[in-house]
Design a protein around this ligand. Sequence first.
Ligand code: FES
Length: 127
Amino acid sequence: MTTETWHPVSRLDVLPRDRAVPALVDDHQLAVVRLADDRVFAVDHRDPFSGAHVIARGIVGSATVDGVEVPTLTSPMFKQVFDLRTGRCLVDDSKRLATWDVRLRDGMIEVRPRASGAAEDQPEVAS
Ligand code: FES
C-alpha cells in the first residue's frame, strides 16, 4: 500500500478533541485522533501486541521523549504507550503501530497509508 490516493475519513469539526475514534478505509480499520490543538493523527486500529482491534478505544495523552513532549495513545489492552507521530511504542520498541499520513482539505480529514521508509516525523496538520 504505497501508491495511494487520499481517503476522506471525517470532517475535522465533528470529532471530539483528545479522543480517538474508529474509521474504516478500504476495509482497513483506523483510529483517528484529534488533539486539543487540532493536530490530527491516524494510526491502525489493530493493537500490534494483542492483535485486537482496540486502539481507537485507547487513551490520548502525552509523554516526554528526548526532552520533547509528544502526543501518545495508550492501548486499552495491555497499556502500551504509542507515540502518535511515529507509532513507536515507548515501553517496548519491538513492535510499532502502523501510522498514516494525514492532511486537511476544506475541513475534511484525509488519510493515506504512510509509505514505508517515509520520514518518521509526520507533518503535523493544523486547521
Ligand atoms: S488501498 Fe487504500 S488503504 Fe490500502
